[in-house]
Structures are given as structure tokens and as C-alpha cells.
Design a protein around this ligand. Structure first.
Ligand SMILES: NC(=O)c1ccc[n+]([C@@H]2O[C@H](COP(=O)([O-])OP(=O)(O)OC[C@H]3O[C@@H](n4cnc5c(N)ncnc54)[C@H](O)[C@@H]3O)[C@@H](O)[C@H]2O)c1
Length: 358
């Protein structure tokens, strides 16, 4: 990944990153159990190499708490609609807390009835979708994980920001091989990668975004003023609309361009999520299902490679390998990031982040 080639890295163990995040969250009024869940999701993103959606989001999330547009103490509530359908009202809590509650309920319903579907309203950004998929995998479940997000993409043919760069995610457990975890934004690149480039003073590739005048740009600040480009033209734009239908329209949350940007302090985000858990052994034994997943994995990674390719990866595998490495080596941050994180700790008298001795 590009960040590996950057300036000097400061390594932090996952445990110390978890302690840091929990401390800052508690210092900002988040109850301890919820702080533990949010921290696990953010550190989980950093472990998987999804640095755009990890611990570095803390300053912007804490700013939302201070601005009064994200409620650190809110506890989502759950309402059972049918034996296989439930609704979560996040009450403007962290998206992590609401989605965690929703997926736990979806898995519980799926274990009994084969499927569980949960719609989440009045929520916030939940970061990397793959952690919700992993939550289902840990319960032995397949899953669909959808969310909508603030406007960043045009609909195909449009120029204005209207749809979100809303990730589509799903997963399935395997036997002895790696599970399937797809987690992808419908843009050429996730907008978090532009924020990261801006934070790190780097250029972005030309095909990621247009500036406010509709021209290709390599300047992340100019790109944030313009629009992200959808992957695959109208197909990426259609996937973004799909995330809005299932997460926004269906749930009763904001949709059609009305989700608030995480960096906009004027009002709550009102994000919606759509979570489904599916029991994998509905049509055959669990052993058969797992063997078939393993076979699919082996067929995919073992197929004949195109010229110049050394290794083929299953969806989610690169991130799982990064996680194994970072669990051993620590999570790399740059100096400016550690500085910004420590400033947040100082504001609430929490422990600063502990950098490993090199
Ligand atoms: N919550 C939000 O509003 C929001 C918005 C945008 C993005 N995000 C998050 O940003 C993250 C990054 O999204 P992205 O689209 O940039 O991800 P990405 O392009 O890095 O990866 C997309 C998918 O492709 C797979 N993949 C990538 N390279 C591969 C390869 N060489 N071989 C096989 N599979 C490969 C990955 O495992 C992943 O499942 C995601 O975790 C997403 O949930 C969140």
C-alpha cells in the first residue's frame, strides 16, 4: 500500500491504540462499554490497513461531539418488527454502536430463523464496513452490510455532489481458508483516502476526483471541493443509489443528498444502515458449506495468473494479511498523526498514544 513508502513511521501496538482511543472517548463522555466497541472498530480498521477509517478519525469525531452534533452518551434502541426484522434507532449515537447492536440482533435472529434483517436510522458514520462483516463471521454468519453517506459523488451524467461514496460490503465464513470479505466504496477511491493525502501533504492520482470546475485534479484540497468519480461510470453511480435506497429511504434516515458530511458541524449526520445476517447451513450441512467456500477460495487464488501478477488474493485477504502483520509489528502512524491524536488526549486529560521503542 502507498502509505508503506512514506516518511518515517511510528509504530503503536493494537493494545496501546485501543487504550488510547478508549481513554479519549471516555474523556469525551462516551460510556466505557461503548468506548470499547468504537475503539475496537477503529483499531480494527488500522490493523487491516484501512488507515483512512481508523484511529486518525478521532479528531473529527471528537469535534462533532464538541459541536453538539454527535451524542456521546446516546444509547440506540431496538424495536422488533417481525421475528426476522428489527429496527434500531441510533438516537444520534456513534454509528459503530448502532451497527454493532443491529448486527448482533440480525445474527441472533438468523441463528433461529435462518435470516435476520435490521434497518438502522438516525445514525452516524460507522467507518470501515468490514468490521460489521467480521462481527457476523465471528458468529458464523454470512452478511450484507450497507450504509449511506454524505454527498460526494454525482449520479451518472450529473456534476453536483448528490450520492455518497457509500460502501457495499458482504461476507461469508469459510472452513480452513480465509473468509470472504468484500468491502468496497463505489468510487474509484474512498474519500477518506483524499482526506489522508491532504493530511499527509500528498498528491492524489488523476482519476480519483474532479475539482469544483469539473476538471481532473491531483490536489486533495481541490478534490474535496469537487466530486469523487464513481468506479465503472454509471455502474458505480447506480451502486451508490442502491446504498441510499436500502439504507436511507427504507430506514427513515436522511437520503437523496441529505446526509451530513462528517466534517460539517452544522447538524447531526442522520446516516442509515441496512444489515442482514444469513445462516450459511440453510440448504446443506455447515461442513459442506465450508468445504465449498474453501474450494471457491482455492479455485480463485490458484487460477492461472495474468502476466506480471505474482499472487492472486481473495476479496478481503490482503487486509487479513495486513492485520496479521500489524498485530505482530504494530500499526504505523506518521508524526503529524500522533501529534494530532495526542492533542485530543490532552484536551480531556486522557493518556497520550504510546509509541513503540524502535
Ligand atoms: N462508512 C462510510 O461512509 C465509508 C465510505 C467510504 C468508504 N468507507 C470504507 O473505506 C474502505 C476502503 O474502501 P475502498 O473501496 O477504497 O477499498 P479497496 O479498494 O481498498 O478494496 C475494495 C475491495 O477489494 C478487495 N481488493 C482490493 N485489492 C485487491 C486485490 N489486489 N485482489 C483481491 N481483492 C482486492 C478488498 O479486499 C476489498 O474487499 C472500506 O473499508 C469502506 O467500508 C466507508
Amino acid at each position: 500500500m502507498a502509505e508503506e513508502a512514506e516518511s518515517k513511521k511510528l509504530y503503536v501496538s493494537a493494545e496501546d491504540a485501543q487504550t488510547y482511543v478508549e481513554g479519549v472517548l471516555k474523556g469525551n463522555g462516551v460510556p466505557p462499554e461503548n468506548a470499547r466497541i468504537v475503539a475496537r472498530c477503529l483499531v480494527g480498521a488500522d490493523l487491516r490497513g484501512v488507515d483512512t477509517h481508523g484511529v486518525n478519525r478521532i479528531p473529527s469525531y471528537m469535534a462533532r461531539i464538541r459541536q453538539g452534533v454527535l451524542d456521546p452518551k446516546a444509547q440506540p434502541t431496538l424495536h422488533e418488527i417481525t421475528p426476522v426484522v428489527a429496527q434500531v434507532d441510533a438516537h444520534n449515537a456513534f454509528g459503530f454502536i448502532a451497527a454493532h447492536m443491529g448486527m448482533a440482533k440480525a445474527c441472533e435472529m438468523a441463528k433461529t430463523y435462518g435470516i435476520g434483517m435490521v434497518s438502522v436510522k438516525h445514525s452516524n458514520h460507522f467507518g470501515m464496513s468490514a468490521w460489521v462483516v467480521q462481527q457476523a463471521i465471528d458468529e458464523g454468519m454470512m452478511s450484507l452490510v450497507f450504509t449511506n453517506s454524505s454527498p460526494a459523488l454525482p449520479v451518472w451524467g450529473g456534476k453536483e455532489k448528490l450520492m455518497g461514496v457509500s460502501p457495499i460490503a458482504c461476507g461469508a465464513p469459510a472452513g480452513k481458508e480465509k473468509p470472504f470479505i468484500l468491502d468496497m466504496a463505489p468510487s474509484v477511491a474512498a474519500r477518506g483516502k483524499i482526506y489522508k493525502a491532504k493530511r499527509r501533504g500528498e498528491k492524489i492520482p488523476k482519476d480519483w476526483a474532479l475539482d469544483a470546475e469539473g476538471r481532473q485534479t491531483q490536489d486533495p484540497a481541490a478534490a474535496l471541493e469537487g466530486v469523487m468519480l464513481p468506479m465503472g461510470g454509471p455502474k458505480g453511480s447506480a451502486l451508490s443509489v442502491m446504498m441510499d435506497v436500502f439504507s436511507g429511504v427504507l430506514s427513515g434516515s436522511a437520503f437523496a443528498g441529505h446526509v451530513t458530511n462528517p466534517y460539517d458541524p452544522s447538524k447531526p449526520a442522520d446516516v442509515g444502515h441496512f444489515l442482514v445476517a444469513i445462516k450459511p447451513d440453510l440448504f446443506m450441512s455447515l461442513d459442506d458449506f465450508k468445504q465449498r467456500m474453501d474450494y471457491l477460495y482455492q479455485r480463485c487464488v490458484g487460477c492461472e495468473k495474468m502476466a506480471g501478477v505474482d499472487r492472486i488474493f481473495f476479496p478481503g485477504e490482503i487486509e487479513q494479511l495486513t492485520e496479521e502483520r500489524r498485530k505482530a509489528e504494530g500499526i504505523p502512524y506518521v508524526d503529524a498523526e500522533v501529534h494530532a491524536l495526542n492533542e485530543e488526549a490532552k484536551k480531556v486529560g486522557a493518556e497520550t498514544i504510546k509509541v513503540k521503542q524502535q
